[in-house]
Design a protein around this ligand. Sequence first.
Ligand SMILES: Cc1cc2nc3c(=O)[nH]c(=O)nc-3n(C[C@H](O)[C@H](O)[C@H](O)COP(=O)(O)OP(=O)(O)OC[C@H]3O[C@@H](n4cnc5c(N)ncnc54)[C@H](O)[C@@H]3O)c2cc1C
Length: 384
Amino acid sequence: MKAPHHRRLVLLGGGHAHIEVLRQAARRRFEGGEIYVISPTAHSHYTGMIPGFVRGFYPESALAIDVDWLARAAGGTFLEGCAVTVAADGRSITLDNGDVLECDLVSADVGSEPSGMRDVPGAADHAFTARPINRSRALVRAIEHAIARAHERGVSEDAVAIVGGGGGAVEIAFAIRARAAAAGVSLPLTLIEAKPDLLPEFESAMGRTAGDVFRNRSIDVLTNAKATSVSADTVQLADGRSVASTITVWLGGAAPVALTRNSDLPKDAHHFWAVDSSLRSIGGAPVWGAGDCVALRDFPWVPKAGVYAVREGPVLAENLRAALASDTHRVAVTYQPQQSYLSILDTADGSAIMRWKGRVFRGRAALWLKSYIDMRFVDRYRQG
Ligand SMILES: Cc1cc2nc3c(=O)[nH]c(=O)nc-3n(C[C@H](O)[C@H](O)[C@H](O)COP(=O)(O)OP(=O)(O)OC[C@H]3O[C@@H](n4cnc5c(N)ncnc54)[C@H](O)[C@@H]3O)c2cc1C
């Protein structure tokens, strides 16, 4: 039995917004209840640095955030596990081991998965991806095997295809090219994008600049190219073409994870949880959410990008603090997403492409700024 007015807040996932909620609670404890954090792994990994990890520039520890430690610093409890559903009334959570956890308030920051990977025949069986970190590790192992084989035979018999032409996919393509080149191996590499342009989420100048770098590195780019099936050595396209690929990396868009899809809460057309600008579920259940797993009802244009999840963190923290402390779940602050944000893509050659307020620039300073921002972000969630 819980004491009256002693509520249980359960945070699902250790994503960008929840680590900020925990940091805020560590600085000034949340009153009125206890905090539980449930995530499949005790460490989360900052995705902005995953391309650097794939390239071999960062060790895994450089991008790891200890969510277990953060939960304890916040006076809470970390539970290793994976949530399968949240009840429609927000009062219970079912875990993948069958346990049911009762709660008073729930917040989800469980991210997304690459869209199409579940549905396109062969993708789930044959393709690699970048998240969570164990998938990046598997990708790195496959590239290292390909490099070792090329050294043994004097020529590369492997080929890489990246499915997706967004920021993460572009950086991973450059990272793989750089890792192989540093080992003296030329791995054929093709990037496959379904839309007419590279980097469709940005202005065209960004795509053109990235396109120039791809040409300089002899990376083939296929646009208007929709992957329809994947096998161990081929990616089949909708227009009948096929791309030779022994290492396929699936990085197409963002689709909801099983928890988001399977919970009976109000959703948008793409099955992400619909939240209002206080980041609370629009159905009125005591359920909040942030990051890729939610759709902002009032700002449907917000992209699935880590920068938005980061900015939602402080808003979510204040609203959860207020909700835990009172029966009325009053809204402390509302979220107003920024229209534009600084984007920096590492081209894995000591420089980066930067976009700020519609202007695109490429150079070493851009990479310096990206490294500084990334490391400062991770440091904020470290002990000491
Ligand atoms: C290679 C790559 C590079 C990228 N680079 C950038 C970039 O530079 N800038 C940018 O803005 N965006 C970038 N993105 C997009 C960015 O990664 C996502 O938008 C961002 O990670 C979303 O953050 P989140 O907080 O929603 O979730 P995440 O950071 O993905 O965290 C989700 C957490 O929830 C946990 N979880 C998942 N399912 C469950 C469950 N059922 N129960 C409990 N816990 C669960 C996961 O283990 C994880 O800890 C990149 C994406 C990729 C693939």
